[in-house]
Design a protein around this ligand. Sequence first.
Ligand SMILES: Cc1cc2nc3c(=O)[nH]c(=O)nc-3n(C[C@H](O)[C@H](O)[C@H](O)COP(=O)(O)OP(=O)(O)OC[C@H]3O[C@@H](n4cnc5c(N)ncnc54)[C@H](O)[C@@H]3O)c2cc1C
Length: 528
Amino acid sequence: MQQNVSLRLLPSEAEDNNALKQYIARSAGKNATDITGFYILKKSIDARGKQPWINLSLKAFINEPFTGRIPEDILFKDVHHSKYTVLIVGAGPAGLFAALKLIELGIKPVILERGKDVRARRRDLALLNKEGIINTESNYCFGEGGAGTYSDGKLYTRSTKRGDVNRILNAFVQFGADERILYESHPHIGTNKLPNIISAIREQVIACGGEILFEKKVTGFIVENNILKGVKTFDETKIFADSVILATGHSARDIFELLYRENILIEAKPFALGVRIEHPQALIDDIQYHCNTAARNEHLPPASYSLVEQVDNKGVFSFCMCPGGIIAPAATNEEELVVNGWSPSKRNNPYANSGMVVTVENRDLIGLKDFAVDNIESPLALMHFQSWVEKKAFAAGGGKFVAPAQGMTDFCNNKVSAKLPGCSYTPGVYSTSLQNVLPPFIYTALQQGFKAFGKKMRGYYTNEAIVVATESRTSSPVRIPRDSDTLQHPQISNLYPCGEGAGYAGGIVSAAMDGERVAEMIAVNLRC
Ligand SMILES: Cc1cc2nc3c(=O)[nH]c(=O)nc-3n(C[C@H](O)[C@H](O)[C@H](O)COP(=O)(O)OP(=O)(O)OC[C@H]3O[C@@H](n4cnc5c(N)ncnc54)[C@H](O)[C@@H]3O)c2cc1C
């Protein structure tokens, strides 16, 4: 027989398979010899008290052969001779998972990606990190796998459609991710592992008859009588297809501008902007695990946190926290500075970084000194604001993607830091007042937020933490509308806005789920 068993154990016990067997047997009222095997269904850490506990839910096999976890692999079809072709613009999680779903449904996807494949992309990232030179088509946001390829690879989402989440996690395992992501409460893959998984997805797409074309930036749409027939690429090539999925991510400003120029409806969308904070990881471990020794229990992972505070009717919140991580230069343009974070699978770097951002809406732009925009209500106004702050951050750092920074308490006391704490950001940091970068409504909200977070997490508010500007690519500042039934653009049929850039996802998993959803709808609309 098989039985689900729930256990609450010390971190060391939870890692010891012999101890686990004993506990399972005791819980099931059996002898340890009756337990033929088990696997983990769910694992979470409860660190609220002085002693951290591990909560485990397990599937135990009792007096029957142990089969292990049965893989839930997706079966893909051969689409070499498919009747239909769907163009997908963008090879991020939304575009890749749309392609996989189309193949599963027997439709041929052709992906057009402006950036390079994962391997070639890595060289451009090295140049950016070491020399401060950016390739505007191949960077932390553009290229195979999209913005998430060189990330922490956190795979949790606030989406309640858990069934779909599990499907995406299973697909990641099918393409090489560790099984742990199926049961950990906060699964992540890590920058070192993601590129191979993305390559495996590409190989699957091609083996089934799909296509992926790199360095193929889309620069125009072919529209006849409000029906999208195909796209034009930068080299004047015209590519026709039955439908087009637009999954270009939140950083494809040229796509938003193209849609605006062509009078294809887009809307401004509130987003969030702020800074990235970095503490020593040992300090965050001390706070979260109450260890007071600067040495975390070896059986516990580097600690994370999630913070939120309402300040003067504005949300201030942590975003994309990377334990044991690195702050990365995530700009896509010359002379604009954007930071984000990543971590390797082991999360074994000495720093803990997190975005700390404030919500921004069109009305926040009213009366902003030096920010020139023709129309504050314009669908592109928030995007122009985002770019304006990024330019100020670049200038304040002095060039070459050196980031302007302050110690946290100095930031809150309006003081330029005499000495900055150590920081993982490779292009380097420069001490200056971030009042020169951030508009007052963001700066003051962050000041109040940091102080409030210091009360929630004692020790968090410290000059050992560095505040680095600017975290601005949190989500899309533009929405590309779509009909809620057909998922097509309300004015242009056959155009399917998809993923984070269109405003329907935030993060790897939700973008992947949206890609699948759009692909399924296309299959319905094509009546396959
Ligand atoms: C450094 C970093 C770390 C992150 N960490 C995490 C994390 O740990 N967990 C998480 O859930 N999320 C993380 N994110 C966010 C996550 O990557 C995005 O939410 C997700 O990738 C969005 O998926 P998408 O497919 O909608 O868009 P994207 O991933 O942005 O993909 C869009 C793709 O479209 C391509 N493209 C754009 N314009 C064109 C064009 N004109 N023609 C052709 N191709 C084009 C781009 O090159 C890109 O590859 C991180 C992001 C960054 C930058």
